[in-house]
Design a protein around this ligand. Sequence first.
Ligand code: HEM
Length: 337
Amino acid sequence: MATRRNPEPALVTLRVLAAALAVAFLVGVGPAVAQQPSGSNPTAMSVTEEGLLRELDRVQGRITIPDGKLAVLEQPQGRDYRRFHEGWLPWIAGIAILAMIVAIGVYYFVRGPIRLRRGEESGPTILRFDAFERFTHWMTATSFILLALTGLNYVFGKRLLMPLFGPGAFAEWSQWAKYAHNFLAWPFIIGVLLMLALWVKDNVPDRYDLAWLKAGGGLFGGEEPPSARFNAGQKLIFWSVVIGGAALSVSGILMVFPFALTGIGGMQTAQYVHSIVAAILIAIMIAHIYIGTIGMEGAWNAMGSGQVDLDWARHHHPVWVADQVDRRLDSAAAPAE
Ligand code: HEM
């Protein structure tokens, strides 16, 4: 006889089943039901990135950290900058530098270096750059070349050097390159300012420049037109160094002191300007270095000893020589005090 103490086996089974079903319901289905009052896609209500970006200008928020510049929740421009730095920049810098090297190579093998004329190496000399001018030049030149190499490491190091040296050595080199890049910026900035002070008066456009540019300075055939201390090509180098140097210095200082003077947008702009101007100036300097070494016989002396052959100077900078001679004659003629 079935009593409360000894219930029907079927009843027992039923109760066990019901309990099991209840447990299964509670464990399996409960939470889901709890979460989706409507039973639709569970992630539908979560904030998608696209949704957030769409509402970005209406999203209000507060940050408690003192520096308000860091109150940036989403910054889509960061994605554009990464695409530029990892994608476009290596191509821009690579093409600018390689194209210049190839162009100079072709020029050298087709036309060869600008040769000395007879008697341009053995005669009297004239001082073209004094000691302070040469010091200024080489301080700027050396720091620029090291800045260029350590800067290019940011763009090409991972791709070209790391496979060669391995991650450990590359990391070590990159750390030192970063220090060098940060500290060599200062002699470069001082050098550019000194070059500006020393040579701006000789780099003002004058009446010889147009004819020089029209004739391509005699570099592609024909006679080299007369010029003063600096010909139009050198003036372009000078103003590239001054303007490019200023852009590199300002954008560089913004990056040496991150977020001190600008927010994330300004930091990205500084990196765009810095990397593109650097690529262009490096290409220009490759041409300058070519002319200053093997590209023009006799040129090196100007920045080496500072003394150039008088005939060489008459050939390339006749107006400057005439002016120098006049000055000496004037000073010689001036009655002693
Ligand atoms: C190994 C590297 C370099 C060599 C061999 C070199 C050589 C020369 C020479 C020979 C001159 C005198 C040209 C003349 O008689 O008028 C000169 C001038 C000059 N150099 Fe350099 N230079 C080098 C790197 C640089 C760099 C990196 C910069 C700037 C960042 C620079 C900026 C200038 C400027 C502004 C002038 C005066 C304007 C001109 O002549 O173009 N140089 N350089």
